[in-house]
Design a protein around this ligand. Structure first.
Ligand code: ADP
Ligand code: ZN
Ligand code: ZN
Length: 751
């Protein structure tokens, strides 16, 4: 590589500005992305240190005027350099500009003075605050009294008081705040770190003794990594098998070595209940991130991590980039979750990126799930990951029984309600016993599919083996290849007229439940009822306090909270996710069904899960019912191999967007032709298959029309190099300039 692109400053707007230098001969073999170098800068050729972000053969400037790098500033790669190298890896694997990758990865310094949100938090016990309040009242210090009361109230909710709102709504002045702060009654916090609640619950602290399978996994992982075998560990443990305890034991070992830990948890499971367990064990060494943090708040969190004030960072995807100097372990809980795949460019997968970061920093990765992704399990099978199995719940707890109800039978018996006879009977019984019920609608994505209620037949694409989606105008289309056909009026399999689009909503289910069981208290949790901030937690907490009998929800209700009083889980129609129209639909269904069933019987009473479906013979349904992951995996891999879907091959999606439908159609057709030519010219014709273009699942979003083109190949490097070529040449072409093009490697989320 002859040229190096460098950045001289890691701050938000400066990332956009890279400078190119010639690589001197003496450094040609030693220079790496992420290294700090010394460069002559500006007119006076001031000596500055800079980071190498990219090495390239492509000259972006007049060669005659380009300066040369003077030297490497420091041997080895510092933390920032490591993250830069990680960004470079992400750019190469997932496709994006270097800037987009850097902005995802680096804890960028705040460039403009951002307005920080300040919170007031009670710094004393409720009793002390009460006493102080009495004193204020006696002295007739009204403003202080008002503030103290508001603080007390917020504290009871486990929260702080927003400074700005306190000023506005309570008429509190800065002076009042200051006086209480000086008296030691309140603390001003400038970020949204969860307050360490460890003092509140110290008395509950009792160390758990790991049971045998847990102990064995912990010991093996620690001794293996100590020997230098840092292959990622995959813990396949059923719901409630005690995976979280394993994570905490591993973290304790890593901390004892003076290193740090990152724990990734899907946002939806990032509830107080989970977090509390980590606080109890590690106290103030823990910090929590969530995706609603502003850039400034995120930066503050990262600063505390860098300074060593925080040594365990828990958060969603983006917590992966916590700048720990001596990272020891990265844990990814619920590793199969789709939220680990970024939906913005670069569309990285946190699991693969974690493995790469761990490799660079000599840390190790631990993945855990009751329903591992097919991708990870395949890696465990071929030895890339080390597998640990926990097939049973912790001693004393049993897995729920699972029953399948055939909805075709119900129709035959004349029952057209959402509730089968069996489910209704069980609901009645549980309500009588004052136990709780969860009803689960695994609706996913947006498209409806067409199925026969008499025989269960689903209309699928003849080329792609995924369900066709219903579109307006009475047409069904395939979101992979664009195949379309008119809607059918009669079932092609059995001739029944009970064939049509399958749709159902949570609101409808909640209403039905209320009608059938007028005495029951029904709670609904879905996108609508959780829109406002904290809405999600509020509903779960209400249910946890047993202030409702039935909780109706989408997949949102599958994670997070433990509800010991839930003894019945009803999955209303497994088919909803089964025919979602993408190649991961069966996998997602198996995961949703297994996880949903796992919600039943978390307390001392054994639970039961009822799976209603029109496809009782489908392997995802059967395997979920019999809790047989191996069976599911075998069938699913056979399908992926047959159809060349990941992980049997790689699938690279090109998302094409335009404000103009005509431009999009023309551009997509043109792009396909160009890609086709490029594939042939590069001699990868046999290796790379081009599919589409087709309308995206959401054919129009925010006034942009959307299409997808897929490139499929078993040869990853052929795909990557084709993409590099497209990024370099094709996308810049004038005739394609009307298109916004984004890449997605091995897509997980429907587009
Ligand atoms: P998972 O993460 O696999 O769902 P958890 O770690 O949350 O499982 O454990 C499920 C429940 O069992 C929790 O309430 C936890 O405190 C408890 N538990 C875990 N390990 C043990 C153990 N070795 N002995 C007793 N209880 C345990
Ligand atoms: Zn039929
Ligand atoms: Zn198709």
């Amino acid at each position: 590589m002859k040229y190096a692109n460098v950045i001289v400053d890691i701050s938000l707007e400066k990332l956009d500005r890279t400078f190119q230098y010639r690589v001197p001969e003496k450094l040609e073999t030693s220079l790496e992305v992420g290294m700090q170098v010394v460069v002559p800068f500006g007119n006076g050729s001031r000596r500055l240190t800079a980071y190498v972000v990219e090495l390239t053969d492509e000259c972006q400037w007049e060669p005659g005027r380009m300066k040369e790098i003077l030297d490497i500033a420091e041997k080895g790669i510092a933390l920032e350099g490591q993250l830069i190298a990680l960004a470079s890896w992400m750019r190469r694997v997932y496709g994006s500009t270097m800037n987009q990758a850097l902005k995802t990865v680096l804890p960028v310094r705040r460039s403009v003075q951002e307005r920080v949100r300040r919170r007031l938090v009670l710094a004393v016990s409720q009793e002390e605050a009460g006493e102080y309040g009495e004193m204020l009242k006696r002295k007739n210090q009204k403003a202080r009294f008002r503030l103290l009361n508001a603080l007390l109230e917020a504290d009871r909710e486990g929260e702080g008081l927003d400074y700005t709102r306190a000023q506005k709504e309570l008429g509190i002045t800065a002076q009042t705040v200051k006086s209480l702060e000086e008296a030691g009654l309140l603390r001003v916090e400038t970020d949204t770190v969860w307050r360490n609640p460890v003092n509140l619950c110290e008395k509950e602290q009792n160390q758990i003794t790991l049971y045998e399978a847990q102990r064995a996994a912990v010991d093996d992982i620690l001794s293996r990594t100590a020997r230098g075998d840092r292959r990622p560990a995959l813990i396949h443990g059923v719901t409630g098998s005690g995976k979280t305890e394993i994570y905490m034991e591993l973290i304790a070992a890593v901390l004892a070595q003076g290193k740090q830990a990152i724990v990734l948890i899907p946002e939806i499971a990032l509830t107080f209940q989970t977090v509390l367990r980590f606080y109890r064990r590690f106290g103030s060494l823990v910090s929590i991130m969530h995706s609603r943090l502003s850039a400034g708040e995120r930066y503050d969190q990262f600063e505390r991590a860098r300074k060593g004030q925080v040594r365990v960072m828990i958060g969603p995807r983006s917590a992966l980039f916590t700048p720990f100097e001596h990272l020891g372990i990265i844990i990814i809980d619920e590793e199969h979750e789709a939220s680990y795949k970024s939906e913005t460019v670069p569309r990285y997968h946190a699991r693969e990126t974690a493995v790469e970061r761990a490799r660079m920093s000599e840390a190790f990765v631990v993945l855990g799930s009751a329903t591992p992704s097919v991708d990870s399990y395949e890696k465990a099978r071929n030895g890339e990951y080390q597998l640990y199995e926990l097939p049973m719940r912790v001693p004393g707890r049993e897995l729920p029984d699972t029953e399948i109800v055939d909805l075709r039978e119900e129709l035959r018996m004349g029952n057209r309600s959402i509730f089968s006879a069996r489910l209704r009977e069980l609901m009645k019984e549980r309500l009588a016993k004052k136990q709780q019920i969860m009803l689960f609608l695994n609706r996913r994505g947006y498209a409806g599919f067409v199925s026969c209620r008499a025989c269960g037949h689903v209309i699928k694409c003849p080329h792609c083996d995924v369900a066709l989606s219903v579109h307006s105008g009475g047409r069904m289309i395939c979101h992979y290849c664009g195949y379309r056909q008119p809607t059918v009026k009669k079932c092609p399999s059995c001739g029944s007229v009970y064939i049509g689009a399958f749709r159902a909503g949570t609101q409808q289910v909640a209403e039905m439940a209320q009608k059938e069981f007028p005495g029951a208290r029904v709670l609904r949790m879905d996108f609508d009822t959780t829109k406002q901030k904290g809405g999600h937690e509020k509903i779960l907490e209400t249910f946890a306090r047993h202030e409702a009998d039935i909780l109706v929800g989408t997949q949102m209700i599958v994670k997070g909270h433990d509800f010991p009083d839930v003894t019945l889980v009803g999955i209303l129609a497994a088919d909803l996710s089964l025919y979602a129209g993408d190649y991961r639909a069966s996998e997602r269904t198996f995961q949703l069904l297994t996880q949903a069933a796992g919600r039943a019987g978390r307390g001392s009473e054994k639970g039961i899960a009822v799976i209603q479906t029109y496809s009782p013979e489908h392997y995802s349904v059967r395997a979920a019912a019999s809790q047989d992951y191996g069976e599911f995996f075998q069938q699913e891999m056979a399908y992926r191999r047959l159809m060349h879907y990941p992980p049997a091959a790689h699938l690279m999606a090109l998302y094409l967007m335009s404000e103009s439908e005509e431009e999009l159609d023309r551009g997509a057709a043109l792009l396909k032709k160009e890609v086709d030519m490029a594939v042939k010219e590069r001699g990868s014709g046999q290796n790379i298959q081009i599919i589409g273009p087709a309308d995206a699942g959401l054919a129009k979003l925010k006034d942009m029309y959307r299409k997808v083109l897929y490139l499929k190949s078993a040869d990853l490097s052929a795909l990557l190099s084709l993409r590099e070529y497209m990024e370099r040449e094709l996308i810049r072409e004038e005739k394609l300039s009307a298109l916004n093009i984004q890449f997605d490697m091995d897509p997980v989320n429907p587009f």
